[in-house]
Design a protein around this ligand. Structure first.
Ligand code: PEP
Ligand code: MG
Length: 329
């Protein structure tokens, strides 16, 4: 079975009855890039830019960031790469930018920091746009959005960076400086109830199920004392994910998910039944998720999803899914 699963990596992610899925990788470490390129992924669904910021002793310059992003974009040339703007705060700190707070996950995090420090944001966006020059496979994603005004502000800054860079280039070069697609992470529950307004402003949604779970259930994702309460299969989390998929489809918004849930074949299949089009996961999960997708029919998944969404207790969800997976072999 191990060999069969490995071989599945280079086959299409298509169900027995022909429903196709895009499988992308989550990345952030340059060391993992080569491996990620060779696991049969359709692109990068989440590049966590804060990771290279964490292994240094000062903010990287615009040139240093341009070089770094160029390496990522060019190693996936021709395939989409979604880069997330700096998402520090919470559990991710930079040694040269200390943040001391009593409640960091509810504090100064992600887009909140970069909008308060537009100079950091602008340099990062300029570097991304420069790295994307002539490659044109970049999409920009905004983390920790909780209000529409944050999206407005961020887009204004992205437009400013694009405008300034264009005016620095010669005419024909300026014409080649693409304006990338812009998306938001759906990871703070408040945005679930602002999807139509968001859809008017951005090009895609990507669900951050790690944070969405933490904020929906009010369970710190890193606190071992409450770890048993942190569960992606909690009925409220699954119903929220389904709600987002239904509404995104009505709004005709491309929808991805880049949290850990997509790493598990069970999670991936449920998400597929909900209507997610792109699943982004760690590189080592691609083969097993593809293998699972290639062994099921959409109809089976849809009835499994309907039954799961009727459950009222997380233990029953696990019990039911376990039974189904034993049946599926
Ligand atoms: C998430 O919150 O699900 C996510 C993908 O982002 P991170 O884990 O980096 O917060
Ligand atoms: Mg997150």
């Amino acid at each position: 079975l191990q060999t069969q699963v490995k071989q599945a990596a280079h086959l299409p992610a298509v169900t027995l009855d022909g429903h196709a899925m895009n499988l992308m990788v989550n990345s952030g470490l340059s060391a993992g890039l080569e491996y990620s390129q060779n696991v049969g992924a359709d692109g990068v669904g989440l590049y966590r830019t804060e990771i290279p910021f964490m292994n240094r002793n000062c903010f990287p310059s615009e040139n240093a960031q341009t070089a770094l992003y160029h390496t990522v974009l060019s190693s996936f040339a021709g395939k989409p790469v979604t880069m997330r703007t700096l998402d520090v705060g919470g559990d991710k700190s930079l040694p040269y930018f200390p943040i001391i707070e009593t409640n960091p996950f509810l504090g100064w995090r992600g887009i909140r920091i970069t909008l308060d420090h537009p100079e950091i944001f602008l340099v990062q966006i300029r570097a991304m746009l420069r790295a994307n020059y002539q490659l044109d496979n970049l999409a920009i994603m905004l983390p920790m959005i909780s209000s529409i005004s944050e999206v407005d502000e961020a887009i204004k800054l992205i437009n400013q960076a694009h405008y300034e860079l264009r005016s620095e280039l010669l005419n024909d070069q300026a014409d080649c400086l693409a304006r990338p697609k812009i998306g938001v992470m759906i990871e703070v529950p408040s945005v679930m109830f602002q999807l139509p307004e968001l859809a008017d402003k951005v090009d895609f949604f990507s669900v951050g199920s790690n944070d969405l779970t933490q904020y929906l259930l009010a369970v710190d994702r890193n606190n071992s004392r409450v770890a048993s309460l942190y569960d992606f299969y909690h009925p409220a989390v699954l119903r929220a994910l389904n709600y987002i998929a239904e509404h995104s489809s009505q709004l005709k918004m491309p929808l991805s998910i880049c949290g850990e849930l997509a790493n598990e074949p069970t999670g991936a299949l449920l998400l597929m039944a909900m209507g997610y089009q792109n699943l982004s996961m760690s590189a080592h999960s691609i083969a097993k998720v593809k293998w699972a997708i290639r062994h099921v029919e959409m109809q089976q998944l849809e009835s499994m999803l309907a039954a799961v969404l009727r459950q009222t207790d997380v233990l029953n969800v696990h019990r039911y899914l376990h039974q189904q997976f034993v049946k599926l072999g």
